[in-house]
Write a protein that binds this ligand. Structure first.
Ligand SMILES: [Mg+2]
Length: 244
């Protein structure tokens, strides 16, 4: 893969960030921005039943996210319209649009880092009027009724993830004084350890608790906005506060 710096440039994120900002926010998508996972909803509806066996093998660390997703989606038979219809039925967590509007007003860059599929994420964001958000994710496309996946942000050195979130978190660290990561699951565990402040829920929160990692819980984007507003105020008053 290209360097994350090149990729940030290609995504227009480097220009967006400009000079080093006090704070940047990385958001996982499935289960974090949304209440349900769009990849799993698509597989559940249009994939062969064995997708669950591969999912279990990936969770046990027995196969990479790439191999798992590739095999799962090879069995999917659906039109683009059907997939878009299915994923746009998935709810976005309360307060997300308001949170993005607040970040834009306060000049806080937000990037979506996902080990899900850009096709699903873009459909959901388009439906929410948020097509402008930068998205780093695995690529999905449909020809006829066959689904193809590819992994433009894969890191050859990593045997687990399809999209190397860590590379982007590290690249963003050079452009922001304080990095916030928000996530919910298995694919967030590497990248979240590199953030200055971690907001976690569900599986990611349980993992952090079990391992004694520091994190802040989050329920929805109204609460997250209040917490990040508070964090930004503290950063502006004291530029390098300790990680909570
Ligand atoms: Mg997730």
């Amino acid at each position: 893969m290209k360097t994350p710096g090149d990729l940030l440039q290609a995504l227009g994120i480097a220009e967006t960030l400009g000079a080093k900002r006090p704070l940047a926010v990385c958001l996982d998508f499935d289960g974090t921005v949304t209440t349900r996972d769009a990849v799993l909803a698509t597989l559940d509806r249009y994939g062969a039943p064995e997708w669950k066996l591969w999912e279990a093998r990936w969770r046990r660390g027995e196969m990479s996210s790439r191999d798992c997703m590739r095999r799962q989606f090879e069995t999917v038979r659906a039109s683009l319209e059907e997939v878009v219809q299915t994923v746009t039925e998935i709810e976005i967590r309360p307060g997300f649009r308001e949170f993005i509007a607040w970040c834009e007003k306060r000049d806080v860059p937000v990037i979506i880092l996902s080990d899900g599929l850009d096709l699903c994420i873009r459909a959901i964001l388009d439906g929410a009027g948020l097509s402008r958000l930068p998205v780093v994710a695995n690529h999905g496309e449909i020809e006829g009724r066959r689904f193809r996946t590819s992994f433009p942000y894969h890191n050859e050195a990593c045997t687990q993830c399809g999209t190397c979130k860590c590379s982007f978190v590290e690249a963003l660290r050079a452009r922001a004084e304080h990095l916030v990561y928000v996530g919910d699951g298995h694919s967030d565990r590497c990248a979240s350890a590199k953030a200055d402040t971690l907001f976690a829920r569900d599986d990611l929160a349980r993992m952090c608790k079990a391992k004694g990692y520091r994190y802040l819980p989050f329920t929805d984007f109204y609460g997250l906005r209040a917490d990040i507003q508070d964090l930004l105020s503290r950063l502006e008053a004291h530029p390098h506060p300790p990680r909570p």
